[in-house]
Design a protein around this ligand. Structure first.
Ligand code: PEP
Length: 249
């Protein structure tokens, strides 16, 4: 069901003590909001985070998972391991996973299927690189990431998906897509989903924008009709900034 979502991807930041401090501050300052608020700490702190947020409105997501159920995959984490510590949400396809860890569309599609088969919700990330935008290929790139990553899923699967459009040139760079650029791409994404499935699936899926969202630009970006909130990196590590972004949603 389409709803406003503000999700913080903490990446490889915050040790356990720092995680506890940030969670306490967020819990204390969390404004009343209709938005779904999610934090994604590093794996090693997920179980503690899930415990700390047990009766909180803030939900916990993992930043990644493997598609296999178990086995010889040194360093990896399975859906069952996440579910067993009460983590039911997972980010898949973040541009850093694609760029630094060689995760291809095909590989990501397996992860999405594994997460959904385990009744998890998926925040699926995608977006073009700077050269692709400069060459005018950004729509083509996004269309192919969606097609290869998601379009062989059955229609029912879409109720468990959240999309996050994250132009790579705007991630961690301080450079943000303009609200108009975000809206243009989000509308294109809904059109592409309508063509592959139908308008009701396209209308019902939440599409987040990610890429240097901060308190100063969140409200304008979130006000666009096809933008349903944000996936936040750097600004999610500072409680007051994340809270201001939640207020802007
Ligand atoms: C991200 O990593 O998903 C992200 C959007 O990062 P930042 O907000 O720091 O650009």
């Amino acid at each position: 069901m389409r709803s406003k979502i503000v999700a913080g991807n903490w990446k490889m930041n915050k040790n356990l003590s720092e995680t506890q401090v940030l969670l306490e501050e967020l819990s204390e300052k969390l404004p009343s909001t209709e938005a779904e608020v999610i934090v994604a700490p590093t794996f090693v702190n997920l179980a503690d985070t899930a415990r700390m947020l047990k009766s909180s409105k803030i939900k916990v997501a993992a930043q990644n998972m493997h598609f296999a159920e178990s086995g010889a995959y040194t360093g990896e984490i399975s859906a069952d391991m996440l579910l067993n510590i009460n983590v039911e949400l997972v980010i898949i396809g973040h541009s850093e996973r694609r760029a630094y860890f060689g995760e291809t569309d095909e590989f990501l599609s397996k992860k999405v299927k594994a997460a959904l088969a385990n009744n998890m919700r998926v925040i699926f990330c995608f977006g073009e690189e700077l050269e692709e935008r400069k060459a005018g290929n950004h729509f083509k790139v996004v269309e192919s990431q969606l097609k290869n990553g998601l379009f062989d899923l059955p229609a029912e699967a879409w109720q468990h998906l959240v999309l996050a459009y994250e132009p790579v040139w705007a991630i961690g760079t301080g450079e943000t897509a303009s609200p108009e650029q975000a809206q243009e791409m989000h509308a294109f994404i809904r059109k592409t989903i309508t063509e592959a499935y139908d308008a009701s699936i396209a209308d019902e899926v939440s599409i987040l924008y990610g890429g240097s969202v901060k308190p100063s630009n969140a409200r304008e970006i979130f006000s666009k009709p096809d933008v349903d909130g944000g996936l936040i990196g750097g600004a999610a590590l500072v409680a007051d900034d994340f809270i201001d972004i939640i207020r802007a949603s």
